[in-house]
Write a protein that binds this ligand. Structure first.
Ligand SMILES: NC(=O)c1ccc[n+]([C@@H]2O[C@H](COP(=O)([O-])OP(=O)(O)OC[C@H]3O[C@@H](n4cnc5c(N)ncnc54)[C@H](OP(=O)(O)O)[C@@H]3O)[C@@H](O)[C@H]2O)c1
Length: 274
């Protein structure tokens, strides 16, 4: 099958394209880098010619409320219009567990609008809602940082490896349209603050993580089960600590001081690292 992956150069998209090709499909990565822009419609008619399935794993370059709404609304509308004209038989999109429970988050409001447009379109569809990716942990920490402190609510948290997300989306894309939603998550539950603390210490990041029930997560307060899936969720295989030890060995520690700067500010003569 010809399967077009919108956002095929991204974190999930690039893994997905590889997996679909391994299964023998003609997977085409489409994004602005390859001349396909869902916001403007550029390149869509050409890339969708002969496609049976479209998987949308694109993301907004900006997470600012208005920009993210504009991105998911306009790009989803364009995509569905061009798909209908091309006779695409299955639209698959990646969304987020709990999107419908957190209306104070501008990002999640935009994901709900994306889901609604898909449900209302004439094209058979599958929506895969994933929990937060392991790879997203540092961005979460950064957004919750004030000085050297990270504040997060100690609610349940069940993140998943991007590799497991790509495998689950691959399976859905190769199957029949669900005309519904499936949830996917990692194999273990943590407390939100506990997981971020583990992630930071795995990278030797000195920030302190404080459990604060009222700390906001991308603009929204969370309750105990806001971010975790229902009982029917499909679970990935990768454990966070295994992923962390593999990935931490490939990433330099966060914010290392350049050796020359560290030496100068310490008044030291030899090379030093903070
Ligand atoms: N982060 C999480 O924890 C999480 C959890 C659940 C679900 N999700 C969802 O997963 C999806 C994929 O996330 P990701 O982290 O893999 O994204 P990502 O790595 O940021 O990749 C974004 C992709 O979108 C493409 N893109 C940007 N603007 C575009 C446009 N105008 N037209 C077409 N493509 C465009 C980019 O193309 P270029 O490279 O050419 O710019 C890139 O391929 C998102 O929809 C997100 O909501 C994320």
């Amino acid at each position: 099958m010809k399967i077009v992956v919108i956002g095929g150069s991204g974190l999930i998209g690039s893994k997905l394209v590889t997996k679909l090709r391994e299964h023998g499909h003609d997977a085409v990565a489409a994004s602005p880098n390859s001349g396909v822009n869902t916001l403007t419609g550029e390149g869509l008619a050409e890339v969708l010619k002969g496609a049976s399935v479209v998987v949308d794993v694109s993301n907004s370059p900006s997470f600012e409320d208005a920009a993210v709404m504009e991105f998911f609304q306009t790009s989803t509308r364009n995509l569905l219009t061009y798909e209908a004209a091309a006779g695409v038989g299955h639209h698959v999109a990646l969304s987020i567990v709990g999107s419908d429970r957190l209306p104070d988050s501008g990002y999640l409001r935009a994901k709900i609008v994306q889901e609604k447009l898909i449900k209302e379109s004439s094209i058979p569809y599958s929506i895969v809602r994933a929990t937060q990716f392991f790879e997203f942990v540092m961005r979460i920490a950064d957004s919750a940082t004030d000085g050297d402190t990270v504040r997060l609510p100690p609610v349940r948290f069940q993140p998943i490896a991007a590799d497991d997300v790509a495998s689950a989306v691959c399976k859905v894309a190769m199957g029949s349209p669900l005309n519904g939603i499936v949830e996917i998550a990692g194999p273990e539950q943590f407390r939100f603050d506990e997981l971020i603390r583990l992630g930071l210490s795995g990278r030797k990041d000195p920030r302190e993580v404080i459990a604060d029930p009222h700390a906001r997560y991308f603009g929204t307060e969370l309750s105990e089960r806001s971010l975790v899936p229902g009982d029917d969720a499909q679970l990935g295989e990768t454990r966070f600590e295994d992923w962390l030890s593999r990935s931490a060995s490939q990433i330099p520690p966060t914010n290392p001081q350049p050796i020359a700067v560290a030496a100068a500010s310490n008044g030291a003569s030899g090379p030093q690292r903070k």
